[in-house]
Design a protein around this ligand. Structure first.
Ligand code: 5RP
Length: 233
């Protein structure tokens, strides 16, 4: 049964999309790869959103039957609006996944999580036999941490302990609690947690594991040495 007033019918990305032309190019490349019957893992962010729009065009035109496993509410809602059925990772597994990134270094290690969805993004990428990272040219950096902090999702009561342990173990330049937009106080993730944005002058290769070992850390946005293929415009 349909809602009389479906609030998601009028939703769009809701913000200005930077480097739109470049993002649309990689979005088109992703859409061209989709095959009938596939289950797709869909990451978060504006580039993933644009790719989903392009996929939906093909679904409609060619009557493709696909399913999506999503990493954030924004993409789940977009799938709902586009009538693309969604599945959960509890029972489903993607044939392949695509996702965006904030930074990509020459070894294809990544910083992700500007959108605060890095826990589910990492879970999906680890669950997927193949992942494409779609990114405009501004995301390519000579070393991680140049333009973006490393986001760390933290169980709320562990906030001060995690900040202290991060400082002791990795000596970052700055640690900031991410604040919400459109709500007073800190950002709350879809998992009910907080996010620390951690700025580094240098990110050692062991940083991802070191951060993950701190009690209270749910996940970080560092993806060091993952088996991903980068698609640039
Ligand atoms: C969200 C992410 C995004 O993939 C990343 O921030 C890139 O976003 P955009 O495609 O809007 O540049 O990791 O958590």
């Amino acid at each position: 049964m349909k809602w009389n007033y479906n609030i998601i019918d009028n939703l769009d990305w809701g913000k200005n999309i930077t480097r739109l032309e470049e993002k649309e190019k990689v979005a088109n490349a992703i859409a061209a790869m989709v095959k009938n019957g596939e289950c797709l893992g869909i990451g978060s962010g504006s580039t993933s959103y644009l790719a989903l729009m392009k996929i939906a065009e093909r679904v409609k035109k060619e009557n493709l039957q696909i399913r999506a496993i999503t990493t954030s509410l924004e993409i789940t809602m977009a799938c709902g609006r586009l009538e693309i059925p969604t599945a959960g990772l509890e029972t489903g597994r993607p044939d392949w996944t695509f996702d965006g990134a904030d930074e990509i270094d020459p070894n294809f290690s990544l910083i992700k999580g500007r959108g605060g969805a890095m826990f589910k993004e990492k879970l999906l990428i680890n669950s997927s036999p193949k992942t494409f990272i779609i990114a405009d040219r501004s995301k390519m950096v000579s070393r991680l941490g140049m333009n973006f902090p490393v986001p760390v999702e933290v169980f709320p009561q562990a906030l001060s302990y995690v900040a202290h342990a991060l400082k002791m173990e990795l000596n970052p330049r700055e640690i900031k609690l991410r604040m919400a937009e459109g709500k007073d106080g800190p950002l709350i993730t879809e998992n009910g947690n907080l996010v620390l944005d951690v700025w580094f002058d240098f990110i050692p290769n062991h940083a991802e594991k070191t951060i993950k070992h701190i009690t209270g850390v749910i996940e970080s946005g560092l993806f060091i040495g993952y088996n991903v293929e980068i698609l640039n415009p």
